[in-house]
Design a binder for this molecule. Sequence first.
Ligand SMILES: [Zn+2]
Length: 420
Amino acid sequence: MEHPTPFGIARAGTTILSVRAYNQRVLLLNLLRHQPVSRIRLARLCGLSATTVTNLVADLLARGVVREAGTDLAAARPGAGRPPQALQLVPDSRLVLGVHIGVRRARLALCDVSAQPLAGCETPLVAHESASQNLARIAAAASALIGRTGEAGDGGRENGAHEIGGRLLGVGVGASGLTDVETGINVFAPNLSWRNVALRDILSEQLRLPVTVDNNVRCMALAESLYGAGRNVRSLVYVYGRMAVGAGLVVDGELYRGAGFGAGEIGHWTMVPRGGKRCRCGNHGCLETLISEPVLVERARQVDPYVVEQSEQPLQAVLAAARRGHAGLRAMLAEQAFYLGIALANLVNVVNPHLILLGGLLWEAFDLLHRDVETAMRRHAFGDLGAKVTLLPATFGEQAGEIGAAALALDHFFFRRPAA
Ligand SMILES: [Zn+2]
């Protein structure tokens, strides 16, 4: 059912929007969600007057961001003549670069307005090198990808790079750990041993492009909300597990960051207060000590060392053995899934989201985990709250990081900037 969806109130993030910019943001987001859509239906969806919509659309048509295409059958009325002309976003009218900073590597993707990757690459992050050395490597990879240095890998990519022209709006960076979105500083990234790294300013200076930064899991949540399974819900939680565990929260269509940009640190929820394993944060029995990749591999080793040691990719070997019916490994995964379900039940009681998405290794192992996760979540959530939430695997799978970072850039430089 359609209803006015004024997503995009100016309170989140850093930009205070003018009335015109705010109206344009609401219009572009509704266009994204409902296209192809006519002006008249857009006015209804946005809660704006027909005149305001006509003026905004005229401007967007002139800038080549929107085009008229076909008719809006959903707006047709019996006996009212021809259905009205429909509008669509022009996907390749603008481009952004998404940079995902992971634990061992950074992944980059040049994306269009529909967050579709047009080209991509990755570069290693070296633990014993400084943050500035690693960022220089990321900047070099980015430059190659967008054709600034002419060293862009294969010929196809280089040909693509020459066509970028003035369409590139900016760069979104999904950073690891605690990130101050207002200063663009990566305050603390324990997996990289980075403290107070001025990510935004360093990359912006090296690339001579505007850069915006946020936590990488929060970026993945934003991508789901704009382009993925969450595009028609008002609140969702994206839970990511890999070396660490964390969550991104979208509340009423906006990212929720918290007072100190730390909202969603569910990896450090205390699950086993007495006798729990020591966590890298200094506490004991955190969720991360139950369902991160190193923990799953270690538990699997205790169950069946042969499965773990015969493979270069132990987690994948464990999951494959469980899929083939390895009873011991299935029981181990069921126990870890139970704890994740308890954590999600607690999350449901706080956020009461429409949708929970599982990413990273939880996406990879979704088929093995989701029944036990769901059972525990529904049983332990308050009343019937657990029955009202949908649990799904993340939409963008392995590309969640770079598409998330691109979504951050699109949100910042496309949906919020009328002049772009
Ligand atoms: Zn912890």
